[in-house]
Design a protein around this ligand. Structure first.
Ligand code: ATP
Ligand code: MG
Length: 449
């Protein structure tokens, strides 16, 4: 992409309304624009990141056996009356009426609708296990929308719903999602720690939130330091086999959110020098809730013995529009964002130090063509302006590698590569630059764990 033909509205000043660094940087780097309270447009650069985040989520969901569909945002109030949540859900739920005075809600979540889909089509235990997911906008009229897309009113959620014959089956579904989540966040360059969370009226221990540690996190969390450097399980790509040992291994070390923490247990089980009490951002939540919706909504199948069984369900959420700021909170410096390659809007930026100079232009055109031919998603800064501004933009928008070429280098046949994360610079023959970038970038694309 040529920058002169792109739409990248970067801001010089830090917007005053933004309290936390990710929100400031998302506005400054032209990723988002606020449209109303807790409502944002995703501008082209931000949208590219969001799509990469979603792609990783989809790949890991698919790999775990979940199947993607798409449900609408507007739902009939009737469905919510069936589960009893139309009355129970508080003012976070946006209720509206259509021209026929039919009561609707803008979905804050989709348990009712997915249960309705399930009961319409599935009749037999032979069709289980089943896990269906979608990535769709949600609306929650949050009391305090803040921090940009971190806590907005309209936000994207990947929500998956599992259906099983019994608790045992549902537990296996839960473990698959648990492992899928570990892999998902890792591929985005995040260390997300599974922490026991409140499981509400259902009880039991199958409710985990995935938390990214950050000073600006909204909740206090407590955990064992070793969880921060645990290797991610590289599992059979089809998620076959017993995943319980992985779950047990990860959850044997203490980790809990503030609602769940038991200070005595925490201090008893974690040696003093391993205690991490920090703040964290919730990026995902998985939980088992048994027959909470399937019972009132009559989602039943015929079991092996011919008798009717009410199915056991779980739900599994991830917030893509929250993940983008979470990644920035975890990875930035005083000059701007530092994207991990796997979610970077562009993998490299080609900086022409002297746009308008015929030789520089020709050499950069050739490099740009070579980058594309090598399959590198590159931004070409072909603007006719000073080098300082170009470096500042490249740093601000966080592109992992900068390929820099100017008249002086051209004379010597040399280009420069700057690594955004470490600040390291290497000078190399122009002819080797694209090959070197490819070698740097490819292993970091992390299609696998
Ligand atoms: P929170 O405690 O932060 O309000 P929640 O418990 O209401 O989150 P869930 O209902 O479990 O969240 O939703 C699943 C995921 O959706 C969350 O883990 C988070 O990533 C995302 N999410 C929830 N609310 C918002 C929001 N207002 N803005 C952006 N993302 C959100
Ligand atoms: Mg909430």
């Amino acid at each position: 992409m040529r920058l002169t033909r792109y739409f990248l509205p970067v801001l010089k000043e830090t917007p005053k309304e933004a309290e936390i660094i990710s929100h400031q940087l998302m506005l400054r780097a032209g990723l988002i624009k606020q449209q109303g309270a807790g409502s944002y447009s995703w501008l082209p650069l931000g949208y590219k990141v969001l799509m990469k985040v979603q792609r990783i989520i989809e790949q890991e969901q698919d790999r775990s056996g979940a199947i993607q569909l798409l449900m609408p945002t507007l739902q009939s109030a009737e469905l919510w009356r069936e589960s009893g949540r139309y009355e129970a859900y508080g003012r976070e739920m946006l209720r509206l009426k259509d021209r026929h005075e039919r009561e609707m809600v803008y979905g804050p979540t989709n348990e009712e609708m997915i249960t309705d889909i399930f009961r319409t089509y599935v009749r037999s235990y032979k069709d289980l296990p089943l896990n269906l997911y979608h990535i769709q906008w949600k609306f929650r009229d949050e009391v305090r929308p803040r921090f940009g897309t971190m806590r907005s009113r309209e936000f994207l959620m990947k929500d998956a719903y599992s259906f099983d014959l019994d608790r045992e089956g549902a537990t296996a579904a839960f473990y698959r999602m648990f492992v899928a989540y570990l892999r998902t966040f890792h591929r985005m360059g995040l260390t997300a720690i599974p922490m026991r969370a409140d499981s509400g009226p259902i009880g039991g221990d199958l409710s985990y939130e995935f938390i990214v540690l950050a000073d600006t996190g909204e909740s206090a969390v407590f955990c064992h330091a070793d969880l921060l450097k645990k290797p991610i399980p590289a599992i059979d790509t089809d998620f076959r086999g017993d995943l319980e040992p992985i779950f047990k291994d990860w959850t044997s070390l203490y980790a809990a959110t503030e609602e769940m923490v038991d200070q005595q247990a925490y201090e008893a089980s974690v040696p003093e020098d391993k205690r991490v009490s920090a703040r964290g951002i919730e990026v995902g939540h998985i939980f088992y809730f048994g027959t909470k919706y399937s019972a009132p909504m009559k989602a039943v199948v015929t079991g092996p013995d011919g008798k009717e069984v009410t199915v056991h369900m779980g739900s599994y959420g991830i917030g893509p529009t929250r993940l983008v700021p979470a990644i920035i909170e975890a990875s930035h410096d005083e000059n701007g964002i530092i994207w991990p390659v796997s979610v970077a809007p562009f993998e490299a930026v080609l900086i022409n130090l002297k746009a308008g100079d015929a030789e520089s232009d020709a050499a950069c055109e050739a490099l740009y063509g070579a980058l594309r031919a090598a399959g590198i998603d590159a931004l070409y800064d072909d603007r006719d302006q000073g080098a300082g501004g170009k470096f500042a933009t490249a740093d601000l928008i966080g592109i992992p590698y900068q390929l820099i070429l100017g008249p002086r280098g051209l004379k010597e046949g040399q280009a420069e590569i700057k690594h955004r994360q470490t600040g390291a610079r290497e000078t190399l023959p122009i002819a080797d630059a694209v090959g070197r970038l490819k070698a740097l970038i490819e292993p970091q694309r992390r299609d696998q764990v």
